[in-house]
Design a protein. Structure first.
Length: 117
């Protein structure tokens, strides 16, 4: 499929068929993996199932907590974040100056003083 994308004379129908075939293989892999896990689950006794359930629940909760922490409004105090904030402030100031008509100082667009030389 990747070689098809690099081909300048690509036929989109053929590429679409390749994408569909790849999707079908991925879906088949998911089904097989799911069946494997269900078969393994069937082989467990009740105590083992409870242990697995608690383990998976704990892992899912941790993943959820990490995802929430990444999306929360935590203070930004890394050097990179401080630099971004400074650049944003400078950009805001420049935009403000431009709107006020003073973006090029007193010299105008050409950067030359108005003496006419």
């Amino acid at each position: 499929m990747r070689s098809g994308l690099n081909n300048p004379n690509i036929n989109l129908r053929q590429l679409s068929m390749a994408i569909e075939a790849e999707s079908g293989l991925a879906a088949q892999d998911r089904r097989q993996l799911c069946e494997f896990w269900l078969t393994m689950n069937d082989a467990l006794d009740d105590q083992q199932r409870q242990t697995v359930r608690l383990y998976l629940s704990n892992r899912l909760q941790r993943a959820s907590d990490v995802g929430c922490a990444r999306n929360s409004d935590t203070p930004k105090d890394t050097p990179k974040d401080k630099l971004k904030d400074k650049l944003k402030d400078k950009l805001k100031d420049k935009l403000k100056d431009k709107r006020a008509g003073t973006s090029h100082g007193e010299r105008g667009m050409g950067g030359v003083s108005g003496s006419g030389r």
